[in-house]
Design a protein around this ligand. Sequence first.
Ligand SMILES: Nc1ncnc2c1ncn2[C@@H]1O[C@H](COP(=O)(O)OP(=O)(O)OP(=O)(O)O)[C@@H](O)[C@H]1O
Length: 281
Amino acid sequence: MADVIIDNVEKTFFDKENKSSFTVFKDITTEIKSGEFVSLLGPSGCGKSTLLNIIAGLEQPTNGIINVGTKKVKEPGPDRGVVFQESALMPWLTVLDNVMFGLRKKMKKEEAKERAKYFLKLVHLSKFIDSYPHELSGGMKQRVSIARTLALDPDILLMDEPFGALDEQTRSMLHKEVQYIWEKTQKTIVFVTHNIRESILLSDRIVLMGTRPGRIVEIFDVPLDRPRKPSSKQFGELEERIQQKLAREIEKVMREEMGDDYNSKKGALLYHSDRNMGNNI
Ligand SMILES: Nc1ncnc2c1ncn2[C@@H]1O[C@H](COP(=O)(O)OP(=O)(O)OP(=O)(O)O)[C@@H](O)[C@H]1O
């Protein structure tokens, strides 16, 4: 188990054809402690996924360093597992075989099978091990995807809007599931979301990112007992504080994108914390 140290990270994309460049963010510095649950929250385009991909080693930072423990992140590694919004299961394999797939190179078939079964039980899918992905709901597919990643035993679970494409009910069920998994496995979780309520429900800390320029606006501690109730006073107060900070960031984006149109439509565009941000407003 190891801390994730993000030190002065910048990401600039270069467009060689148009000879232009675009800095998504810079000076991102923070530390995620081993075993912590941290959400990256912010308006669309502020670079949440880009930062997650850099931690995963799928993208390189333009400047700065990310260390996991004492090791510099240069590429993907077994210490970090990623769960994306789309489950990307192999449709021709059963649920069990999907989870076993990544394990087959590391251990004997029987051992891989037992391990895959254990993690499918952890996500409450024991009854569906012989099903094929097309027979599962979106939420179930996402649980297979989580089991597949957990089976590889990463120290750090990187989740990029894993429940973003799911309906409210399923999402709520998976919130409970992910909290159970986190408590049971003690993994470090970095969780990208658009949703303030989701971030308060799940995290120890919320890193609120802003845009233009991309940066960390504020880091919020969430000192609430679990399981958390959105109806509680402290939950509501924190939600309000984050919402206000975020509204300013979103207003900035909309002003730039809409120009004169912004003032006339401002009332209708007011932000609500349980809705998605940015593009879906
Ligand atoms: N490979 C790339 N090349 C060029 N620009 C990119 C690339 N990947 C991301 N970007 C740009 O970087 C910015 C940040 O993207 P990113 O997906 O990280 O934001 P985000 O905060 O996760 O947004 P969302 O919440 O909408 O998913 C966006 O403007 C995006 O267009």
